[in-house]
Design a protein around this ligand. Structure first.
Ligand code: GTP
Ligand code: MG
Length: 531
């Protein structure tokens, strides 16, 4: 298999899996008509993860298929069964992949085999009603929805992390050498700056396999950014060893091998930080008669400087074997000396929607009061708005966070629109402040969602009365009473309505089926987001 064209930049859409929904279920058993809530939690959605794989050298796969999705989490079920997690999608990327947003913000730089980065986090699973139970809300008749997985566009860019960097003047034959040593097929031409982005070749010599980067040509002043200097030097920085590629056959005035070497070394020195890299010298183009002559003239001088020098020809392949084995040697030495850096692990956390470190913000807009914040927005996503109790639970959560207080303080009055979330997909509520500070506030536009303390007593009595009247076949009065109690209706109110209707409720009507269920044993912490 030929190494494909080097691809060093690609835009990719990544979609994490949605979290599974939690489930509302009540334990039922023969002779125990009413058990505790036993709805399991939804599973977490799979995340999309980038991981450096040393066997991958290009980003070409992502050109062919540029939208990648992880698996969704599965729903919870009764009997405390939690839904399975969605499988993470792990995408193999080359060492040195830089990840950024479409607008150029760098999110991370993956260097070192095994380094990884979560680029889209799977949605959390929703809690089932078992997990939502508390002393106050003994058997919630609702569960939380799973959250959608993250989705974003990312730009992957390969910044070479090669074992060996080839450095030299433009047209010295760096790309030609890479092509001769490996299966890489970079562009080769007889004009300077043919190579604009680094090429990477995989070279084997004996039992050592290593990567060689062919990078843009270097000229005097490169350390100050002349030519493609800076780009070039940034790539070289990541190489463990350097090979000077020197053109022995150049006709340009003022150019000769030792002067060329000095110019390049001077630029490397001015860029800094490269002093410790071992170096080799390849005197290229000895197939040209003049080139061979010049090489013979300078070899001794260069060796006197303590350099290992290899007269070679990318064209005739003369000297390439010796050069590649010398490269393998210094690569092995460098690897032995510098154990691989521990892999990095980066997680892109979504930006806090408020950007202020506060839990939420309230702003007045033309459409109404806009509430932004990680928690309020997540809670809204988790809410099943077709379930009154679930909406009530949301209202409680928002209250405890202080959203109502903040709205009142900001000047919101009853009937104002309140929008929670991003302008594109906000949920709109009518503001309806509670009578006391701790009272609940929010219902969805046009609905009164609560079946708890908020309802006027008369309406609640009517609802209880209805529940008794509409008793299902086989359901006893005690069953109805227990169901209502589970829904949070105060026991004395149920008893009162039952008495008014002339229904007889046994003394211990509220006990049956509860023996295996102790909400307080769960610490009564119904809301995992409450500290
Ligand atoms: N005769 C001969 N020509 C060579 C040899 N190696 C490279 N060349 C020629 O030199 C020219 C430049 O080669 P490249 O490999 O593109 O040089 P480069 O160093 O990658 O150049 P830039 O990418 O511009 O920095 C091309 O015309 C090659 O054919 C060689 O060993 N012998
Ligand atoms: Mg080149």
């Amino acid at each position: 298999m030929a190494v494909p064209t080097f691809v060093d930049r690609v835009t990719l859409r990544v979609s994490a899996g949605n979290g599974g929904n939690g489930v509302a279920s009540v334990h039922r058993e023969k002779f125990k008509p009413l058990g505790g809530p036993d709805g399991g939690n939804g599973g977490r959605g799979g995340s999309v993860i980038l991981r450096v794989d040393p066997d991958v050298t290009t980003l070409i796969d992502y050109h062919h298929s540029s939208h990648r999705k992880a698996e969704h989490g599965r729903q919870g079920a009764g009997a405390h069964r939690n839904g399975g997690h969605g499988e993470d999608l792990v995408l193999a990327v080359p060492d040195g992949t830089v990840v950024s947003t479409a607008d150029g913000t760098v999110l991370g730089d993956l260097v070192g085999p095994g380094s990884e980065m979560i680029v889209a986090e799977g949605g959390r699973g929703g809690l089932g009603n078992a997990a939502l139970a508390s002393a106050k809300r003994k058997a919630p008749g609702f569960a939380l929805l799973g959250e959608p997985g993250e989705e974003r566009d990312i730009v992957l860019e390969l910044k070479v992390v090669a074992d060996v960097g080839l450095v030299g003047f433009p047209s010295a034959g760096k790309s030609s050498l890479i092509a001769a040593l490996s299966r890489a097929r970079p562009k080769i031409a007889d004009y300077p700056f043919t190579t604009l982005v680094p090429n990477l070749g995989v070279v084997s010599a004996g039992d050592v396999t290593f990567t060689v980067a062919d990078v843009p040509g270097l000229i005097e002043g490169a350390s100050e950014g002349r030519g493609l200097g800076h780009d070039f030097l940034r790539h070289v920085e990541r190489c463990a060893a350097l090979v000077h590629v020197i053109d022995t056959a150049t006709m340009e005035p003022g150019r000769e091998p030792i002067a060329d070497l000095d110019v390049i070394e001077n630029e490397l020195a001015r860029y800094g930080g490269l002093e410790d890299r071992p170096r080799l010298v390849a005197l290229n183009k000895i197939d040209v008669p003049d080139g061979q002559e010049i090489a013979d003239m300078v070899v001794a001088d260069l060796r006197e400087r303590g350099l290992r020098v290899f007269p070679v020809s990318a064209a005739s392949r003369a000297g390439l074997r010796e050069l590649s084995f010398a490269m393998a040697e210094i690569v092995s030495a460098a690897r032995a000396e510098r154990p691989a850096a521990p892999p990095t692990r980066i997680v892109i956390r979504p930006q806090a929607a408020t950007g202020s470190g506060e839990e939420f913000t309230v702003k007045e807009t033309a459409e109404g009061w806009r509430v932004r914040g990680e928690k309020p927005e997540r809670w809204v996503r988790q809410t099943d708005f077709s379930n009154d109790e679930a909406v009530g639970f949301l209202a409680d959560r928002l209250n405890r966070l202080g959203v109502e207080d903040a709205l009142v303080k900001a000047g919101a009055v009853e009937g104002d629109a309140v929008l929670i979330g991003h302008p594109d997909n906000a949920v709109v509520f009518d503001f309806k402040p509670g009578l006391d500070a701790g009272g609940e506030i929010l219902g969805r536009r046009g609905e009164d969602n609560r079946f708890e303390e908020s309802r006027p007593a008369a309406r609640r009595r009517r609802a209880i009365d209805e529940a008794f009247t509409e008793r299902a076949p086989g359901e006893t009065r005690a069953d109805v009473a227990r169901r209502l109690a589970e829904e949070g209706v105060p026991a004395d109110m149920i008893e009162q309505v039952a008495r008014d209707r002339g229904e007889e409720l046994a003394e211990d009507w509220w006990q049956a089926g509860w023996d295996d269920y102790d909400p307080d044993a769960r610490g009564g912490a119904a809301d995992p987001d409450d500290d």
